[in-house]
Design a protein around this ligand. Sequence first.
Ligand code: ATP
Length: 367
Amino acid sequence: RKRIAVLTSGGDSQGMNCAVRAVVRAAIARDCEAYFIHEGYQGLVDGGDKICKASWGDVRKFVSVSGTIIGTARCMDFKTREGRLKGAENLIINGIDALVVIGGDGSLTGADLFRSEWKTLVTDLVSQKRITQQQASDNGHLTIVGLVGSIDNDMAGTDFTIGAVSSLHRICESVDNVTSTALSHKRAFVIEVMGRHCGWLALMAAVCTGADFVFIPEQPMDREEWKEKMCADIKAHRGQGRRATIVIVSEGAIDRDLKPIRSEDVAAVIEAECDLITRVTNLGHVQRGGVPASYDRVLGAVQGIQAVDVILKSTPASDSKLIAIQNNMNAPVGLMEAVQKTKDIASLVAAKRFDEAMQLRDPYFSL
Ligand code: ATP
């Protein structure tokens, strides 16, 4: 029986558990054996009881729980060849030759590197007498499939990542809650949201909550520019009778010199220029918690099943795949193409080629 393992890596996100459950149950339903690797790549490197067989019942009640029950970690060991050698040894000892990695672009880059090195890792393990020749020939290939679990919606090539919609719900609830105080006291609030280098959460939160102004990394503005635009908008909205002012700042917001735009600076400008008592609220990790939205549950479930199907159809010559959703259709795409496009966006931003970076972003940014 084919043995398929699943791990979650990098930052947790809502819906990861649904994806893990779907991988386990799809594998069992297709007459394969499913394995958990606990604590992300650290569990792969450490082996032992971190790698264990998963039964149908082990994933019961996973659907409505956020985070990742099988654990995640940032693992420096896996960035070294020695760490990946131990990872390969642990997979081979357990007879596992297919791996579903649920994580962000870093985790998927690591996965692809691991797969591309596989043959040389196996050769080294044989020459160091850590595995037998028979084990090496039984494990000639490693199949990797990636699912993107991230609240940031920052992966190119997929319209949604697992967790982004739940996080957006959490942000909208929080902004609505803050708005009641803003309305009561006629105050201004600057609300900082997650997203790292991607402004999707901030932009969508601004659309969903009717914010006065939003700062996103994809649209850098110099201080004088944003000061003028933001204050003009706030004053115009107040002039129309609005009692509350809400400004959303993405944690990755930058100016044209790539310097961060800080929520505290934005608040100081509002106080000074618009004469409004202004508070900063950083939503922090609540954005990663709460119940997963039904959308993320469905995404995790469908993509988890597809991951197993892609594994069962793959050949040694196949590229590593990522299960993406594009135009409401879930389908495998080239894992490294998607990761590379995501890195290209970051490189274009670093080179201050903002318009080209924006063109590579997915359609929501044309709003
Ligand atoms: P998030 O979007 O939540 O940050 P991520 O997957 O991008 O998720 P990272 O911290 O970048 O998070 O990566 C998670 C883990 O993946 C790392 O701790 C490391 O073990 C592994 N990893 C990342 N990049 C590489 C790489 N280039 N080579 C090998 N392993 C890597």
